[in-house]
Design a protein around this ligand. Sequence first.
Ligand code: PLP
Length: 392
Amino acid sequence: MKTKIAARMENLLPSGIRKVNEKALAMERAGKHVLHFEIGRPDFDTPEYIKKACRESLAKGEVFYTSNYGDMELREAIAEKLAKRNHIPYEASEILVTVGLSEAIFDLLCTILDEGDEILVPDPVWMNYVNVPRLLGAVPASYMLKEERDYEMDLDEIREKVTEKTKAIVLVTPNNPTGGVLKRQILEEISKIAIQHDLLVIADEVYERLVYDGAEHVSIASLTGMKERTFTLNGMSKAYSMTGWRLEYVAAPEEYILAMNKIHQHNVTCAPSFVQKASIAALQGETDEVETMVSEYQRRRNYAVKAINEIPGLSCRCPKGAFYIFINGKELGLSSAELAERLLEEEGIALVPGSVFGASGEGYLRMSYASSYENIVEGVKRLGEAVGRMQK
Ligand SMILES: Cc1ncc(COP(=O)(O)O)c(C=O)c1O
């Protein structure tokens, strides 16, 4: 029978990160030792107090559907967290609990983008922000995050790229893949642009807790006049080492939450009941678990950044957030796809080609340091040796 895949699927590119991961796993199955730096997944176990809350919830038989919007107690806990930590006065009715942030991004973009609408998206970026608009027949217009500017956006470029069709701008802070953190002053300027052109703002803050060297995470929705036009995206996965639990959320004015819930309920119904209960515990019972993880990430980052910059042919900035290093390998004269492929096949080092995150990522490799310190020491050593051999 002829395959009957819808034409729109042509607009959707498969995940470049997962492609590297699948290949690395296949190599491992064939007996090769691989050092994994490709996936943005914390290597710490989920803190015990969160697992305990999940076990207790299951023991109580909390195994049924919840409200599609999310358990009210969880929505209240999220609203309280956003008020205290992010200084945004959301009500529980302004929160939608989703199955991962990928689901939140999909629901939200389906809700706001009509065919032909434009959305300003950073380049490089987490590719859902490019793929989902394309799937919807909308146009992702890139603004560049350049190494020379320490991956900070150029406000003039943003002003130039706003057109009559621009509906929204995406901000990812701290950023995947660059590790950049947007400063308050930049966010204030973006707010002025958003208000002047009546734009919606999508603030992906999922790496919020992972900031280093005293960098401040600022939520744009906390700035004057911004809450009414901002979608604040955040969740459990990166802060509490819970990527497999699939529990994130979006906070926005209630009319958008009501609309987004229509996609959400026809798609996933609700997030798992006992994971929601565990997430209430995560938010309310935290002591020093997150800080402990963050200081270990910082130790790894400090080592890796110094060691990478000592390798002739490679260089990198010192990222202030998330757990990624964006390595510049342009001097080696290979495309980032070729470079990543050789490093994986010949040396067993799994890194993601920067080009996977957009055109301006060409020549770069993304390294996740959410891997053990020992792996990082070994990986950077192997990287140095491999690059040395390539230059002979
Ligand atoms: C910036 C950013 N947004 C969204 C996501 C998707 O998150 P989730 O795993 O909760 O779907 C990721 C995942 O790494 C990410 O890096």
